[in-house]
Design a protein around this ligand. Structure first.
Ligand SMILES: NC(=O)c1ccc[n+]([C@@H]2O[C@H](COP(=O)([O-])OP(=O)(O)OC[C@H]3O[C@@H](n4cnc5c(N)ncnc54)[C@H](OP(=O)(O)O)[C@@H]3O)[C@@H](O)[C@H]2O)c1
Length: 294
């Protein structure tokens, strides 16, 4: 990959990053601020958000615009819409949108708005955020990009059409719901590249590796036990953030438009994730469920 090498290659770029309070997102935010970017950090918790803000500010390159904290519970689409309203009214352009926030809960949960929790947080929130913030990405022009953190878990994913199927314990579990949402991340990226064909905006997704983050803390006892065994092979958050940073600093993003990366290199995806028909079906389902992206 050809990446920009100047001392502050991201000076003048505005980057909105979700899930900035911990894990891979926080590590990426610190690195991107150190490269000169203006960071908009989306977090759901005020105290954790303030802590992250202080860490990102401390890591930022000299004279970088002060990073900002935007509070939003991404599991609630009404809050995602409020976040979009605020960003659209306050910022003239957005160079990079990083859909990183994610959850792996210990059981199937339906949100107050009637969505399965993983589906809402990991897929519908990025779907709404991206579609509504497209005008700001368009304002940024050439080089604007959307980066979504997916996972190898997509290999086990299916796209269910209804909430009933998603929360049916005979068909689904918290883990399969997570896998489904990660398949949706890749199909979403694929569908986006087609829809953005006539614009300079590109879309990319990635697997960060197996990471020693907080993702596992709220997962089932089985997943936590698996993670304990896998711990010696797991990456640090800083190492995992490298593929995000590679995609943000890539000087020729068109070359990687629609790509799924692992360790900064294009990687294989499942046949379901590569299916154009599935990408269209996912878009239709997501658009029906959110009322955006028609
Ligand atoms: N860890 C891995 O091995 C691994 C592997 C493949 C892919 N990934 C993906 O990597 C991404 C980042 O996860 P991570 O490993 O860094 O996990 P993490 O340490 O748990 O961080 C997840 C971030 O998402 C935020 N978040 C969760 N639910 C949210 C909500 N409803 N509203 C707003 N923010 C919310 C968390 O906020 P709080 O601090 O408030 O909880 C946190 O900032 C996820 O998309 C995950 O699927 C991780």
């Amino acid at each position: 990959m050809r990446t920009i090498t100047a001392e502050q290659p991201l000076r003048g770029r505005t980057i909105l990053l979700t899930g900035a309070s911990a894990g891979i997102g926080l590590a990426a935010a610190k690195r991107l601020a150190a490269l000169g970017a203006h960071l908009l950090l989306v977090c759901r918790n005020q105290a954790r958000g303030q802590r992250a803000l202080a860490e990102v500010q401390a890591a930022a390159a000299p004279d970088t615009p002060v990073p900002e904290l935007l509070l939003c519970d991404l599991a609630q689409l009404a809050e995602v819409h409020k976040l979009c309203d605020e960003v659209l009214s306050r910022f003239p352009k957005l160079d990079v949108l990083i859909n990183n926030a994610g959850v792996l809960p210990d059981k199937l949960i339906a949100t107050d708005e009637g969505h399965e929790l993983c589906w809402a947080t990991n897929h519908l929130a990025p779907f709404v955020l991206t579609n509504r913030l497209l005008p700001l990405l368009e304002q940024a022009g050439a080089g604007a990009r959307i980066i979504t953190v997916a996972s190898e878990a997509h290999w086990l994913g299916e796209i269910e059409s209804t909430l009933e199927a998603r929360i049916d314990p005979n068909r689904s579990s918290a883990f399969t719901a997570y896998c489904d949402s990660k398949l949706a991340n890749i199909l979403f990226t694929k569908a986006l590249t087609e829809r953005l064909e006539l614009t300079p905006i590109t879309a990319h997704c990635l697997h960060p590796g197996l990471v020693r983050s907080n993702l596992w803390v709220h997962s089932s006892w089985f997943m936590r036990a698996m993670m304990v065994l896998a711990l010696p092979f797991a990456r640090s958050n800083e190492k995992a953030a490298e593929t995000i940073v590679c995609l943000v600093t890539e000087t020729d993003p068109q070359k990687l438009n629609g790509a799924y990366l692992k360790s900064c290199r294009p990687a294989r995806i499942s046949s379901k994730a590569a299916s154009r028909a599935e990408a269209f079906r996912l878009w239709r389902i997501s658009s029906d469920e959110t009322g955006v992206g028609e």
